[in-house]
Design a protein around this ligand. Sequence first.
Ligand code: MGD
Ligand code: MGD
Ligand code: MO
Length: 764
Amino acid sequence: MADYVSNPDGKGPAGGWGSLKSIARIYGSSWPTPAVLETLARQNKPGGFMCVSCAWPKPKNYHPFEFCENGAKATMWELTNARCTPEFWDGHTVSELRQWKDHDLEMTGRLTHPMRFDHATDRYVEATWNEAFKSIGQTLKRLQRDSVVFYSSGHAGLEASYLYALLARAYGNNNLPQSSNMCHETTSVGLNKVIGSPVGTIVWDDLGKADAFLFFGQNPGSNSPRFLHPLQEAKKRGAKIITFNPVIEQGLVSFVNPQNPFDMMTGNETKISDQYLQVNAGGDIAAILGLCKVVVEADDAANASGSKRVLDVDFITEHTTGLETFIACVRNTGWPDIERESGLSELDLREAGEAYIAAERVIGVYGMGLTQHAQGALNIAMLVNLLLLRGNIGREGAGCCPVRGHSNVQGQRTVGIAEKTKLIPMDKLKTLFDFDPPTEDGVTIVDAVKGLMAGRIKAFVSLGGNLLRAVPDQNDMEEAWERQDLTVMVSTKLNRSHLFPGKEAWILPCLTRTEMDMQANGNQTVTTEDSFSHISASVGKRTPASKHLKSELAIVAGIAKAVLEANPKLRWDEWTTDYGLVRDLIEATYPDDFKDYNARMFEPGGFYRGNDAHDRVWNTEEKKAVFTTPHRLNAISFEDVPGRFRLITMRSNDQFNTTIYGYSDRFRGIEGTRDVVLMSEDDIEAAGFHEGQTVALVSDFADGRHRKLSGLTIVAHKLPRGTIGGYYPECNVLNAIDHHDEMSKTPAAKAIPVRIVADSAVAI
Ligand SMILES: Nc1nc2c(c(=O)[nH]1)N[C@H]1C(S)=C(S)[C@@H](COP(=O)(O)OP(=O)(O)OC[C@H]3O[C@@H](n4cnc5c(=O)[nH]c(N)nc54)[C@H](O)[C@@H]3O)O[C@H]1N2
Ligand SMILES: Nc1nc2c(c(=O)[nH]1)N[C@H]1C(S)=C(S)[C@@H](COP(=O)(O)OP(=O)(O)OC[C@H]3O[C@@H](n4cnc5c(=O)[nH]c(N)nc54)[C@H](O)[C@@H]3O)O[C@H]1N2
Ligand SMILES: [Mo]
């Protein structure tokens, strides 16, 4: 086993008092106010509202406080007293704000008024909603249909999302890329190819029945902290947890449950990972192949001695295809190749393989560490291979668990936000709304960005998000973004994407889920879908941050009315007064998923929309679950040459994507700055640098383009040789838009080829 200690460098466990302090800091000395506590107490409960942060499911039997450190931060970030009003712009120009950090932009507070960019004064100025809709409508009418993109990040609820997709299609295109194009699109495409499901196969109760969890590149301590509770329970009943991650992530090391008074008073830590394997960035294909080799060898031995087979032969025969070629590949790949490519020893992989075999029911968990690679889909297919060998998909306590990002990112895809026409029941739309939906596929994020850069895309409507900061080649993107005819940002807070306004540019401020959404028919409910395909209702109770805010649904309807020809079947006004009518439409469009939608949406834990792979029905081309034979042993698209490193772009526990709450990455012991590069001590020494030195990273793609990020301080960190770490989104200037997963076009943000240079060595 690797020399893994339960508390590296003396950093505190995940959860515990550190988590409460970290929450309190967001609100400063005025926290907690009774109103905020009241709001937090309603989080993730029936009749309350679903967390605005991540998509981790909500249990049926909830705790008194069913939220985590980061869910609380996200909620409080919305409930701030700060306001970014029209007067803010009296003192600032857009050019000046470009020098500001992401954190400082969002600290200006909630956006309060619709704002139009004024080129003459380089400022946003107040406008009315009518002016905004009218002007946006006129411009959209003038533009060629396929030159407009309707982006969304996974914040908006199912109702607004369904209408947004309808707006795009009624307007005349399928240009509906979403934040998951940078995230779990690898799952939507790659997992779907091998098991016929674009989403995970487990449900909540499976967590309580698994004997082992394998974690590949997912960091629950920061990104889905409520996951640590079922993991803690799993450990207490003796389940094993094995982690594959180049970085030692504290949440996968140990946890003190902040909701357990005994644990909090005594500092009683639960050790999470039994084995922590620091795989190379991009080394999972080889690592998993190693595990499969252990399984196959054990099965050979069992077969020879006549004892119980290790492979689940009945399952494989009935449900899968492709085993033989895969097994041949497993047998033909030698340990030296596996060790070199994974960066792990045969001994460690044998120990992990034995633990996998010893467990009756296994859940394979994964996140961005698998999806954001040039061979991300192959990474996922390898994990599926491993699970299929022992029938670990489609039975109790076992399955595949991709952990989703934004709170409704999965659901938005379910209700039609998708660029691929084959995913949409177009005939239903035609019947329901009496128009001919466009038949051509729309753009992915990568296509959209390339289209922008080439001048083909002329307008972007963004329902949430901060695309400028989230995509590769950020410098080119900034230039391309402001060349557009129209930029429309439906937002809650100021962000960098607002600062490169198109010829016509609008910021449209919206309500959030914690706020009351009063329409003619009363306070409205919205729904979201979590990572386990459960759909839950949210009712906001807070007074809106400004009386000028509109709901996302009302904004979509406002734009739709201004741009679309009158159509008696498109009843935007009526739908805005009663979101239940939109849920009826969703049910009519997707009857299997949303049966009795309005009646079931308050069920504790949400209602399950079902999953065929969970029931061992395989909607693949082959109508079986597919074993994939890997054509390479690593997930990267470049050679290793001396001086070239694989840069992982990381999240701290003090951010939600491009929203930077603060500068404390307490799990990794980095305080006060994000301008760092993490390197192993051996790499620092071999490269002739020293800790604390300021360096620049320069990207090292075959295209030879100059991409550089300066002013980074070297921090020694326990990492595999050749793998270094820096923060997302800052490092996005280093990535290339053509560097993405081959199958799904998800940008490859977890192994960017870079060189490290002394800061003065390369001219900017
Ligand atoms: N607090 C907070 N919560 C969030 C978010 C946030 O920014 N902050 N973002 C939300 C969103 S949109 C998403 S998609 C999810 C993201 O949540 P995660 O999927 O956890 O994403 P990351 O933190 O980017 O990366 C996950 C892990 O992959 C590891 N890793 C990197 N490269 C490799 C590799 O090659 N192999 C392996 N095995 N591991 C690797 C990294 O060290 C890291 O621990 O979280 C959601 N929740
Ligand atoms: N290098 C690198 N790049 C990455 C990643 C990485 O790991 N590394 N991760 C990728 C991933 S997984 C993702 S999902 C993307 C994220 O990309 P995006 O989804 O585009 O970015 P966010 O940071 O989530 O967007 C934040 C903004 O959303 C707005 N907002 C917040 N709440 C709401 C709301 O309720 N409604 C509306 N309408 N707006 C709201 C606010 O104005 C805020 O400024 O980034 C991707 N980019
Ligand atoms: Mo994401």
